[in-house]
Design a protein around this ligand. Structure first.
Ligand code: SAM
Length: 246
């Protein structure tokens, strides 16, 4: 099902109205009439292609926000099961929409959960995808290096072979304001994780077989090697010289 746009920020898909949020993220709220989503139109097209071309049905996302990506990705293909994790408290409006649109079997949201809580993340994965592999994992949560790295280490090996691991907004350290304000300037860049995954792709193509890095998103395809629980820095060759310096 494709979306129908009414203006550059608003579209309807599967009877649900979505509104693109471009600023004042903290004030944005989903209501029963309008779903807030932090994606631009190009990203929505990208997700449609990725899901359809890779026959994606099982999706895990870190970063629910106001439920926009959950409801969108489930609407792209009716076979999609979506599991979301966020540190926020539950949104009654989002849960109401999921119920009213008959999506309770296909969208499972875990609030009050940090992407850095490895034990909890792995329990959620085992509960929601028992005996199955995940087709696509999206990290669109804190955008902090250590937390994003912890999510990668906790979840990557639950991807199926050829599955996709996506990191959104990895390049914030290279963007203009507000990303150069003190809040962000004190944090290690998420770019450090991208560098590590480049080294992993070079060292172990059987673990990351290919990658595509663009301004708003980096995509890593899992190779055929089973890795189990792992520490990322033990997997790539770095001549003992690597420190996350950026
Ligand atoms: C950019 S928004 C997600 C946008 C959403 N995927 C969309 O497309 O509309 C980032 C979300 O990550 C959540 N977040 C921040 N730190 C987190 C953490 N440590 N663990 C889990 N979620 C976190 C925030 O609460 C926020 O809802």
């Amino acid at each position: 099902m494709d979306e129908v746009w009414s203006d550059e920020n608003t579209f309807v898909m599967n009877g649900m109205k979505f509104c693109l949020i471009r600023q004042n993220f903290n004030d944005a709220r989903t209501t029963k009439d309008s779903i807030a989503i932090i994606k631009n139109r190009g990203m929505i097209d990208r997700y449609k292609s990725l899901i359809r071309e890779n026959a994606v049905t099982n999706i895990l996302e870190f970063g629910i926000f106001e439920g926009g990506s959950a409801l969108l990705l489930a609407a792209i293909d009716e076979r999609v099961k979506f599991v979301g994790i966020d540190i926020r408290p539950p949104s009654p409006a989002v849960l109401g929409l999921i119920r009213d649109h008959g999506l309770t079997d296909r969208i499972k949201l875990y609030y009050n959960t940090s992407q850095g809580d490895t034990a909890r993340v792995q329990t959620i994965i085992k509960t929601e995808f028992p005996g199955k592999r995940i087709d696509m994992i999206i990290d669109d949560a804190s955008h902090q290096y250590e937390l994003s790295r912890a999510s990668f280490e906790a979840s990557f090996h639950y991807l199926k072979n050829e599955g996709l691991y996506l990191i959104e907004d990895w390049a914030w350290a290279h963007w203009e304001e507000p990303y150069q304000t003190q809040l962000w300037a004190d944090m290690p860049a998420l770019t450090n994780l991208i560098f590590e995954l480049v080294m992993l792709c070079g060292s172990r193509p059987d673990i990351i077989s290919e990658m595509s890095v663009q301004k708003a998103i980096a995509i890593f395809r899992k190779g055929g090697q089973e890795v189990g629980n792992f520490s990322l820095s033990k997997l790539y060759r770095h001549r003992n010289r690597w420190t996350p310096a950026l």
